[in-house]
Design a protein around this ligand. Structure first.
Ligand SMILES: [Zn+2]
Length: 190
């Protein structure tokens, strides 16, 4: 099922508690990676309610059996290409993280490994594997929720996606609605 990502560059008011705000006024997190605080979104793109909700929905699905992490990928026009949840336990595949599965599915939809201009939204800071994979896929914009101080590779332990030696570096918005995303993870580990 495809759903259009809400894209609007004007005005405020739709940045409710349920929305991911990627805009100058939005709750763009500033974390250990020194993320651009208050930086405008990609071409004024605003990722409102649907984006976060989709990622959170996938995370909730995973919670029954696995660490609840959800990811959604949107095309350059804001159309939802793919979504996934963490399926390590279900599949017995150590690489079945939500981001990797979503990248594979989105590439299948696009019909190419390059996901140029696409946005990846995920509820948790990606690990080294996923950060590497999204760089390889040429993801243009990464939005993530909770910081992961133990394994995070987008500013916490490493900063794989903004290494100056790499020829592709996505735009990053970290800690977006981080408290909400972290709460879901804490509930799982309790
Ligand atoms: Zn990962």
């Amino acid at each position: 099922m495809r759903r259009a990502l809400e894209v609007c560059g004007t005005g405020a008011g739709d940045l409710g508690a349920s929305g991911i705000g990627v805009s100058g006024a939005g709750p763009v997190g500033v974390g250990p990676g020194g993320l651009e605080s208050g930086a405008p979104g990609p071409s004024g793109l605003r990722l409102a309610g649907p984006a976060r909700k989709d990622a959170a929905d996938r995370a909730r699905e995973a919670a029954a059996e696995d660490v609840p992490v959800g990811a959604v990928i949107y095309g350059p026009d804001g159309t939802e290409l793919a979504s996934a949840r963490n399926e390590r336990e279900r599949t017995g595949d150590p690489t079945a993280h939500a981001e990797v599965l979503a990248l594979r599915r989105a590439a299948g939809v696009v019909g190419a490994w390059r996901l140029t201009g696409c946005t990846l939204v995920v509820t948790l800071e990606p690990c080294t594997m996923c950060a590497g994979a999204l760089v390889l896929a040429r993801i243009a914009t990464l939005v993530f929720g909770a910081w992961e101080p133990k394994t995070g590779a987008v500013g916490s332990l490493w900063d794989v996606v903004r290494d100056q030696r790499l020829n592709h570096r996505p735009e990053v918005y970290g800690g977006v609605l981080g408290a909400e995303c972290a709460a879901a993870l804490r509930a799982f580990f309790r």
